[in-house]
Design a protein around this ligand. Structure first.
Ligand code: CP
Ligand code: NVA
Length: 359
């Protein structure tokens, strides 16, 4: 296989190889320089793949994708990226394996580590991905736990860099359930990358104080600013990035919907909100999003709660359809960047192959 020598040089120059054999469980474990290096690698490899050039740096390797929860983007991005890198993939879904039911995570890790060169895990307890990483002996990538969603935030940051050329001092507001995995990872990432980040949420849904204390320390080191408000109008005013996520996350019981809608319907992202942002503002969402009646859940919520909460009567929950479909919305670029960032994360963290001139 012919690899573009320029790409090899760039990868070497960025020292992304130093990430070899590291796990990717939370952005807490990575320095701002390492995060920048991974983003640079994502940009370069996206360019190469778009030019049709091969990036099969891990040809012949095998990875396993373990999913205890459903997925479209994360699963497909890992599968396509693995094939781009020349690897074989095994997908193990929420049912069909022994893991967690008849076999512990620790035992599963020690078995799969003998078969595979890397393992992706999406599940409930964050401790489970830590146990997997401790015992597998190969790199483990967190594809979402109840606590964190770090591969998502890498794609978010790539999308922001595409738009603004930098992350430093970018004004971003996260609106909605600010205790969820995406909000937690964004908070960590924003603190590391020197952003001007505002959580806009009812106080009941603000992030865990311990996480906030950690992020405030990181923010002081990296010249970031973190703000917390329950005032939707003030918190979103003049922002450059408005980011939201679902009001109820995977694994939460259906019974929480009523309380969550009651708390969050004033935090729906509307055109009125976007118009008061910076002229260059973009709207981001990790997806999937509820912005109409085209989904079972959207229809169900509209039927059950539309009369009490008119804001959700059309199945528009965290964002209106107008905003989702507007020029502000970069959600599909963001979704594409899942592929490019996940490819870069695997490229950098898998054990180096000797046969492609990395040394
Ligand atoms: N954003 C995201 O993780 O999407 P999936 O649940 O489809 O993987
Ligand atoms: N917070 C959401 C993210 C989905 C990608 C969830 O956990 O369901």
């Amino acid at each position: 296989m012919k690899i573009d020598p320029a790409l090899v040089d760039i990868i070497k120059a960025q020292k992304a190889q130093e990430l070899s054999q590291r796990n990717f469980l939370t952005l807490k474990h990575f320095t701002p320089t390492e995060i920048h290096a991974l983003l640079d690698l994502s940009h370069v490899t996206r360019m190469e793949v778009r030019r049709g050039l091969p990036v099969k740096f891990h040809s012949g390797k095998k990875i396993a994708l373990l999913f205890q929860k459903d997925s479209t983007r994360t699963r497909c991005a890992f599968e396509v990226a693995a094939r781009d890198l020349g690897m074989d993939v095994t997908y193990i879904g929420p049912s069909g394996s022994q893991m967690g039911k008849k076999e512990s995570i620790k035992d599963t890790a020690r078995v799969l580590g003998r078969y595979y060169d890397g393992i992706q895990f999406r599940g409930h307890r964050h401790e489970d991905v830590e146990i997997l990483a401790q015992y597998a002996g190969v790199p483990v990538w967190n594809g979402l736990t109840d606590l964190y969603h770090p591969t998502q935030v890498m794609a978010d940051f790539m999308t922001i860099r595409d738009r603004f050329g930098t992350l430093k001092d970018i004004r971003m507001a996260y609106v909605g359930d600010a205790r969820n995995n995406v909000a937690n990872s964004l908070l960590i990432g924003a603190a590391k990358m020197g952003m001007n980040f505002t959580i806009v949420a009812p106080k009941e849904l603000w992030p865990d104080p311990e996480l906030v204390a950690y992020c405030q320390e990181e923010a002081a080191l990296n010249d970031a600013q973190l703000h917390f408000t329950d005032n939707m109008q003030e918190g979103t005013l003049n922002q450059e990035v408005i980011y939201t996520d679902v009001w109820v996350s995977m694994g939460e019981p259906d019974e929480v919907w009523r309380d969550r809608i009651a708390l969050l319907h004033p935090y729906q992202v509307t055109k009125k909100i976007m118009r008061k942002c910076s002229k260059r503002a973009i709207f981001l969402h990790c997806l999937p999003a509820f912005h109409g009646l085209d989904t079972e859940v959207g229809r169900d919520i509209a039927e059950k709660f539309g009369a009490t909460f008119p804001a959700v009567a059309q199945g528009e929950l965290e964002v209106t359809n107008e905003v989702f479909e507007s020029d502000w919305s970069k959600v599909f670029d963001q979704a594409e960047n899942r592929l490019h960032t996940i490819r870069a994360i695997m490229l950098a963290t898998l054990k180096k192959s000797e046969n492609y001139g990395w040394e």
